[in-house]
Design a protein around this ligand. Structure first.
Ligand code: FEO
Length: 387
């Protein structure tokens, strides 16, 4: 296992998780990396660690450059265990190392690991000298936990951004310009939609705080390092964090005997006639985390379910639960579906829409199988409602 040079005396020493396919409900079909960075200076510094089960891979990469016991500082930008999981082993090997973290990081690491390690607490604008280089800290709470912070190295113009700007993408290449650009952007969007989306306001604050910095490299804690596409990924973070939408509709549904599917297709026709970019997603074939990527720039979110045992289908309930947790904002919503005798499913879907603060444009149900006349009326009604 080799370390990968990022700059003179700065190395990527993380781990590549080629096999992970489920990241607490997020389908990671391209795997991921846990990025840790080693800085060789008067104070030898490790920025973040890796998931516990990848500790030996990280140690092998560090040992490729230096004896791990020589590490002086470990910067913990985030407590979540995909980045702190190797800390206990690191502190066994380098017991005198100081962990540099923010106040919430201090609390979180103590709550996780119950250890009396050496901690140095930093706040926004605090700086530490490593010798020839230095690190400046900006606290970024809730991007993605209360303990997140980022570290900036002014001498090399590198932002160690932790979760923000990450992608779940396993690759032996380390830089954005070494990988297919469309795939990197697709994974960055999916990562934002499934991890960062609830924290748009906090992302805005982070973007504002780092806007004064001269950044040439963004080194996140997952995926590739940005050095050639900063002019693309930073504006995208601006758009996503403001919940900006385009003339786009996403229709998400499940179906039992195709009646709700027929309604979904009719709805798609209405949107297409009105010039919307439309994406239609059957939950039997599409993962909820892929649907979230579609949703982050959609003006309309439409959800359809037949009634099953007096309620919506479990797949639809699962999607709505996942979506409402990720809290997309400023959306228009439509609920629809077929039913036989119980008719409360639309109310249940609308409850989720209300909880999310969506504007409900229409809510339509059709008994059993839609007739041509019913379908025609459904389309006419929706055509009037959709603007
Ligand atoms: Fe990759 Fe919030 O941890």
């Amino acid at each position: 296992m080799k370390a990968k040079k990022i700059k003179e005396n700065i190395y990527w020493v993380g781990a590549i998780d080629w096999d992970v396919r489920n990241f607490h409900g997020y389908s990671t079909q391209r795997g991921t990396t846990y990025n840790a960075y080693l800085i060789i200076d008067e104070k030898i510094t490790l920025i973040d660690t890796v998931k516990h089960s990848f500790t030996n891979e990280m140690l092998a990469r560090i040992s490729n450059i230096i004896d791990p016991s020589k590490i002086d500082y470990i910067v913990s930008n985030h407590v979540e265990m995909d980045h702190s999981g190797a800390l206990p082993r690191m502190l066994e090997l380098a017991p005198n190392a100081t962990i540099i973290t923010c106040p919430n990081g201090d609390k979180g690491l103590k709550a996780h690991y119950k250890k009396d390690w050496n901690f140095k607490i930093v706040k926004t604008n605090d700086k530490i000298s490593l010798g020839n280089r230095s690190l400046e800290f900006v606290l970024t709470p809730m991007v993605h936990w209360p303990d997140n912070m980022v570290a900036y190295m002014p001498e090399e113009k590198i932002l160690f951004s932790n979760d923000s700007f990450g992608q779940h993408y396993a690759s032996s290449e380390r830089f954005d310009d070494e990988c297919p650009p469309d795939i990197i952007m697709e994974e960055a969007k999916k990562y934002y939609a499934n991890i960062v989306l609830p924290y748009g306001k906090q992302v805005q604050k982070e973007l504002e705080a780092v806007s004064a910095l001269d950044i040439k490299i963004i080194a996140p804690s997952h995926g590739v390092i940005w050095r050639s596409n900063l002019d693309k990924i930073i504006p995208l973070y601006q758009i996503w964090s403001k919940n900006e939408t385009s003339k786009k509709a996403v229709i998400v549904y499940d179906t039992m005997w195709h009646s709700t599917e027929i309604m979904a297709n009719a709805l798609m026709e209405v949107f297409e006639e009105k010039g919307f970019n439309t994406s239609i997603r059957n939950l039997q074939f599409n993962h909820i985390s892929d649907i979230m990527s579609e949703l982050i720039d959609a003006e309309y979110i439409c959800v359809g379910s037949p009634t099953l045992n007096s309620t919506m289908m479990p797949s639809v309930a699962g999607f709505l639960t996942y979506m409402s947790g990720l809290a997309p904002k400023n959306r228009k919503a439509i609920s629809f579906g077929s039913y036989g005798w119980g008719g409360k499913t639309m109310d249940e879907i609308n409850n989720f829409f209300n909880k999310s603060g969506f504007e409900i444009i229409s809510s339509e149900k059709i008994k059993y199988i839609p007739s041509e006349k019913e379908l025609d009326e459904f389309k006419k009604k929706l055509s009037k409602s959709i603007s």
